[in-house]
Structures are given as structure tokens and as C-alpha cells.
Design a protein around this ligand. Structure first.
Ligand SMILES: O=C(CO)[C@@H](O)[C@H](O)COP(=O)(O)O
Ligand SMILES: [Fe+2]
Length: 217
């Protein structure tokens, strides 16, 4: 089946001193969504930004904000991020004691719920909530930093997840995040992914439009 592939550039590799300009530049270059990485220094060994900055990004953006929460106890903050303008709110299965409840909370807050798995976390951990999410994000690096190398077994994990979704008649998005470039993009899309996050590949290039174009099949 031919799915439209969405590109979600990760602002983590953008120039934070010119955040609004960077958002407008990737949108003009063809970005479908804007990926925002929220890190708390606890779930991952890095700290980035909170709801105030998401609110500022929202003012500059016209495309949906795809907010990736790499934080412990996400239930404490999902309402604030939804209010700040997150359109898609993605929580780590490893950070949620009551995953189903958090996904419901996200929907009630007015955002689209999504769940994300670290590279070593098996697909079985999200099997029971596949009907409750708009998207499953598979990390293809260990979260915390941009510019890392793609972890190979992700390709097969995408394939197995797409088969699980097909078997349930679900057309849920599969997003892949980490080490995406023109070559890894092609392989994960062939395996069934339809949303690609790319940070250093897009923001590290001189021509954002050419980089985004090269990620599409
Ligand atoms: O969530 C994360 C990192 O934890 C990502 O969204 C990165 O920002 C991806 O960066 P690249 O691997 O594309 O440079
Ligand atoms: Fe991310």
C-alpha cells in the first residue's frame, strides 16, 4: 500500500537563537509537521525546553506540532503542553505506569495521543493500546541527543509493527526518529513507516528543501 510520507524536522538541531525563523524556513521547505523534543534531564541525560517555548513555537508555526515528551511522570505536564499548542503529544511507554490513563488524558486535553518505544523496548508493551493512539513512534537511536547513528534492527521492528496494525485493520501512523537520512528513510518507509523525524540531516544541510525532498520516496 502506498502511504503519503510525512516529514517532521526536529528542531533539536536547529539554531535555538533563531527558533521562529527556523520553523518558518522548514515549513517553506516542505515540512509537514514540526517535531519538538522535550527532555527533562531525568528520563534522558539532556534538558531542552518546556511549555513556554512550545507556545512560542506554536506562534511561528502553521503546521502541526509533533511534541515528543522524553520526561518522567508525563501525566503531570500533558495538560500544559496541550494548552501550549501541541497537536500530537507522544509519551514514552517506559515513563508511564498507567499508559492507558495518560493516553486518555492527552485526548481529553485536546491533543492527539501517541506512544513511543525506546530501541530495546519490545512491541508487546503497546499491543493493548494500539486502538487508542494516532501514532506509534519507534526510536531508532537511544533518546537524548541529535546526530546519532541509526540502530539497524529498527527496520524489522517497523515491519512487525505495520503487520500488527494491518492485522487489526488499523491505519495508525508509524513514525521513526533518530539517524534518518535519505538512505535510512527509504528503508523504514519500505518497511511501513509513514512519518519521518529528521534533525541533523535537515538542519545540517545548506538547502532544507532539497534535504526534505530527498527523504520522500
Ligand atoms: O528525539 C530525538 C533524540 O532523542 C530526536 O528527535 C533527534 O532530534 C533526532 O535527531 P537526528 O538523529 O535526526 O539528528
Ligand atoms: Fe524526537
Amino acid at each position: 500500500m502506498n502511504r503519503r510520507v510525512l516529514i517532521s524536522p526536529s528542531l533539536l538541531s536547529s539554531d535555538f537563537g533563531r527558533l521562529a525563523e527556523e520553523v518558518r524556513a522548514v515549513e517553506a521547505a516542505g515540512a509537514d509537521w514540526i517535531h519538538v523534543d522535550v527532555m527533562d534531564g531525568r528520563f534522558v541525560p539532556n534538558i531542552t525546553l518546556g511549555p513556554v517555548v512550545v507556545e512560542a513555537i506554536k506562534k511561528a508555526a502553521s503546521r502541526p506540532l509533533d511534541v515528543h515528551l522524553m520526561i518522567v511522570e508525563p501525566e503531570k505536564y500533558v495538560d500544559a503542553f496541550a494548552k501550549a499548542g501541541a497537536d500530537i503529544l507522544t509519551v514514552h511507554v517506559e515513563a508511564c505506569t498507567h499508559l492507558h490513563r495518560v493516553l486518555q488524558q492527552i485526548r481529553h486535553a485536546g491533543a492527539k495521543p501517541a506512544v513511543v518505544l525506546n530501541p530495546a523496548t519490545p512491541l508487546s508493551t503497546v499491543e493493548e493500546v494500539l486502538g487508542d493512539v494516532e501514532m506509534v513512534l519507534l526510536m531508532s537511536v537511544n533518546p537524548g541527543f541529535g546526530g546519532q547513528s541509526f540502530i539497524e534492527p529498527t527496520v524489522d521492528k517497523v515491519r512487525r509493527l505495520r503487520a500488527m496494525l494491518d492485522a487489526r485493520g488499523l491505519s495508525t501512523h508509524i513514525e521513526v526518529d533518530g539517524g534518518i537520512n535519505a538512505e535510512t528513510a527509504r528503508r523504514v518507509v519500505d518497511a511501513g513507516a509513514d512519518v519521518l523525524v529528521a534533525g541533523s540531516y535537515v538542519f545540517g544541510s545548506k538547502d532544507y528543501a532539497a534535504a526534505i525532498r530527498s527523504l520522500r520516496p
